[in-house]
Design a protein around this ligand. Sequence first.
Ligand code: GLY
Length: 368
Amino acid sequence: MEKITVKLAPSYPIYIGKDLLSSNYLIDLCREKASQTVIIADQNVSDLYGRSLLAHLKQNRIKAHLLSFKGSEKNKTRKTKEQLEDAIFELGCGRDTCIVALGGGVTTDIAGFVASTYCRGVPVIYLPTSLLAMVDASIGGKTGVDTPYGKNLIGTFYQPQAVFIDIATLQTLPDKEFKNGLVELIKHAIICDKKLFSFLSANVAKIRGLDPSSLIKAILISCEIKKSIVERDEKDFGVRQILNFGHTIGHALECVSNYRLSHGKAVAFGIIAESYMALKLGILPQDDLIKIKGIFENYHINVGKLDKSYDKKAIKKALLLDKKNINQTPRFILIKDVGSVYVGAAGYTSVVPNRIIDRGINFIETSA
Ligand code: GLY
């Protein structure tokens, strides 16, 4: 088992290994944090792992309950949060309660948000079961729900007490979801770590085949990258924004597709479009763009062009809703090469001329 510590307030461990859902560390932490535990689990995951986790906690004399909900992005709403809170009140739980989030990013986001406001804040432990939640959503304390006005617009920064990454749960993760996580992992490599990029490029078959040691290595390095960024900028005013690479165009595509396009695919298109923009601005060498396109192809992500039905005007309009905007002007994270981001006069985000944005979008429509 690997362990890294996120040094924030509170500091917390991330454990990475196999069969951690039944570990004694989890039992000890639940016992230490509160007199009862409420597991909030995604419905699918609840059947796969929730019931056995509940039994395991009870066998170890922990007063525990299991609540499940439909963990889809559509259901990541204020209403679902309220329903979960009411269900916890119905169980008779007060401040002396520890919440355990079991599922993907939707589950960690919403359960973390519930924990951050329930009785003005109760401890939360994350057990991410999707690759995306393992390398991204469960680290750094972002919690929240979506609104009709956009994704994650209501939420808090609230750090968990611990994160247990059990790679055994990836065995039951659908391929599409695995690819969503891979995109974030590849993004971490592109913005920060040339060596991780080489490792991912050289081990496609092992990673896709869920080889434990390759997966643990990739997840560990990815978590270390995210940890070091959030430690420097917990509240997302500076360097943390580099995690948004590919997401300016990516979120706009998700929005225009009415969320039919998966987050991973949308961000992969976004990474390619925004890399092309950096190339056209003379920041990124051509070879690096070729490598970036190549890694997605090798992992069978986003091969092909963006569907013709995506209207460029609608994409541009959706860009105006991006959270990084200042004065309604979109801002982009640009990369200098594979492994590092460009820092311009205005810091980590850059304003890009309209015609270059158009060329970025054209590129994924015609030749990505
Ligand atoms: N997922 C981006 C962040 O945590 O800042």
